[in-house]
Ligand binder design. Structure first.
Ligand SMILES: Nc1ncnc2c1ncn2[C@@H]1O[C@H](COP(=O)(O)OP(=O)(O)OP(=O)(O)O)[C@@H](O)[C@H]1O
Ligand SMILES: [Mg+2]
Length: 244
């Protein structure tokens, strides 16, 4: 695990949380979880165990059955300021008839076209566009910038969703299986860019990754949800250092 100074506030804090869709039948119970700036945490576990549900709950899209969840200093159902939270859902949530640039601009605008605190003005939209183009290039999609999403492969669409979140410059990225459908070389490239962003901006990445080898390779900490246990949240203290 990364060494976190004692006075640093976590970006995510969960206390005695249980999640799921039925109050009498929680899917997962999480006693405590804190994720700090600069950390990469991977959630692993078998299909159907509740990984995406956990991410959606932390994103504020589903209410927890019980317990408290704090994200970027706000306690759910209060939500963090627009743009602070970047979410790459398993279903991607792209606008299929619109271009790559249009989709990535949605992230860039969410992150950069909000008024600057105390000053009250927005950054020029050219800044958001520059961020969008940078993110598209970093995902190796420069030759697809004007292409509509529906004409891209599954792996290319996944990279567009990642670019949309990077262009937003969020404080927290939550990504659900964002490496699936990618070959090993492209996985390396995407991981390198996302890790560079997280470490240089001191943001955090909470990622769902069913492939345990990949999860260990990318993460500082690994959270394994195992439905065979009554209290199925296990923290493995050290994941392997990622070599990029
Ligand atoms: N909207 C919903 N309403 C009721 N039950 C749901 C809903 N969404 C998911 N579930 C159920 O909750 C359980 C956990 O689903 P979830 O999508 O979180 O699993 P997962 O661990 O992400 O699986 P996978 O690795 O296949 O993506 C599954 O049994 C699923 O059928
Ligand atoms: Mg899932």
């Amino acid at each position: 695990m990364t060494n976190i100074p004692k006075n640093i506030e976590p970006i995510i804090r969960l206390n005695d949380v249980s999640i799921g869709y039925k109050h009498d039948k929680p899917l997962v119970q999480i006693p405590n979880l804190e994720i700090f700036p600069g950390e990469i945490v991977a959630i692993a576990g078998p299909s159907g165990v509740g990984k995406s549900t956990l991410l959606k709950t932390i994103a504020g899209l589903i209410s927890p059955i019980s317990g408290s969840i704090e994200v970027c200093g706000k306690t759910i159902p209060d939500s963090p300021k627009r743009g602070k939270l970047g979410y790459v859902p398993q279903s991607l949530g792209l606008v299929r008839h619109a271009s790559v640039l249009h989709n990535v601009m949605l992230g860039a605008n969410a992150g950069h076209n909000t008024p600057i605190p105390f000053i009250g003005v927005c950054l020029p939209s050219s800044f958001a566009k520059k961020k969008a183009i940078q993110a598209i290039n970093s995902m190796g999609l420069e030759d697809k910038i004007s292409e509509p999403i529906r004409r891209l492969s599954g792996g290319q669409q996944r990279r567009v969703a990642t670019a949309r979140t990077l262009a937003q410059c969020p404080e927290l990225i939550m990504a659900d299986e964002f490496l699936s459908e990618l070959d090993e070389k492209t996985v390396g490239m995407v991981l390198k860019e996302v890790t560079k962003y997280v470490k240089s901006s001191n943001s955090a990445l909470l990622v769902v990754e069913h492939d345990i080898t990949r999860a260990k390779m990318m993460a500082d900490r690994l959270l394994v949800i195992d439905d065979g246990r009554a209290n199925p949240f296990i923290t493995e203290p050290t994941a392997m250092e990622v070599k990029l």
